[in-house]
Ligand binder design. Structure first.
Ligand SMILES: [Zn+2]
Length: 113
């Protein structure tokens, strides 16, 4: 199966990997090794078994350049989330950045389907 960059959809150049859920966010939400279930292993008969992934192992290939390009957005987002966690105020610009991240995620999802 061909691998493609989770950001641009092309064959990864200078191969890298991207955690679907950023490592810092996984750590904020609890045990990074806890299991999440995505789909089934249909080759296991007679009853398919659920596919289990630890959150920190849930990652996709990416180009090094694409990963670098979006790391700035992730860092900016992280600082906004950290402000929210200590009940510091966030600006309208901060909220726009968070909303832009959601739009970015939706675009990635649509491209991958
Ligand atoms: Zn790419």
């Amino acid at each position: 199966m061909d691998k493609f960059c989770v950001f641009c959809g092309e064959k990864p150049e200078e191969k890298n990997v991207e955690h679907v859920i950023p490592k810092w966010l996984i750590e904020l939400t609890g045990n990074p090794k806890r299991k999440a279930y995505f789909g089934y292993q249909h080759e296991i008969k007679p009853y398919p078994k659920r596919r289990a992934f630890s959150f920190d192992a849930f990652k996709f290939p990416s180009c090094a350049s694409c990963n670098q390009k979006y790391s700035g957005l992730e860092e900016t987002t992280k600082s906004i989330i950290e402000k929210m966690l200590i009940y510091d105020s966030v600006s309208a610009a901060d909220i726009n950045i968070l909303l832009d991240l959601n739009i970015f995620d939706c675009k990635m999802h649509m491209k991958g389907t």
